[in-house]
Design a protein around this ligand. Sequence first.
Ligand SMILES: N=c1c2ncn([C@@H]3O[C@H](COP(=O)(O)OP(=O)(O)OP(=O)(O)O)[C@@H](O)[C@H]3O)c2ncn1[C@@H]1O[C@H](COP(=O)(O)O)[C@@H](O)[C@H]1O
Length: 133
Amino acid sequence: MAPLDPGPGVAEAAVLDRLWETVEERRLSGDSTTSHSARLLARGTAKVAQKLGEEAVEAVIEAMAGNRRALIGESADLLYHLIVTWVDAGIRPEDVWAELVRREGISGIAEKAARQNFSSAGVVRAGDTTKLP
Ligand SMILES: N=c1c2ncn([C@@H]3O[C@H](COP(=O)(O)OP(=O)(O)OP(=O)(O)O)[C@@H](O)[C@H]3O)c2ncn1[C@@H]1O[C@H](COP(=O)(O)O)[C@@H](O)[C@H]1O
């Protein structure tokens, strides 16, 4: 039997897995003279997270301006910095893919309503950090 066609964009999306492998290799090699990823990771979690935030804001600015082409570029920067953040945190892409798969078919509205029901039983309400340990 012929293999199923995975659909448009599926093969290209594997670039994220390859990028994670590359950044993880750079972390292990630790050569900050030749690798931007190694240099950024060597600066620590706070710097890695700061760069992720900056790239997110830049993507927001281009989205608000309706600048499609620049938004594509900023999206690539954002995904790269998200992957550096995963490597720094010891998260593998399949951890995130599994969470997305788990959420497939669950409406965000229904999920939020379920969370609020949970909180009304006296546990933690969404967004209420005062009750967190
Ligand atoms: N996708 C990317 C990618 N996107 C953006 N960038 C770099 O991210 C940097 C962002 O620059 P900024 O001026 O915002 O920030 P900064 O240089 O960290 O400096 P400061 O914020 O401290 O001023 C630039 O040097 C970009 O080139 C990337 N660097 C690497 N990759 C991928 O990662 C792979 C490994 O790269 P190296 O780790 O450099 O070998 C490459 O083959 C690419 O596939």
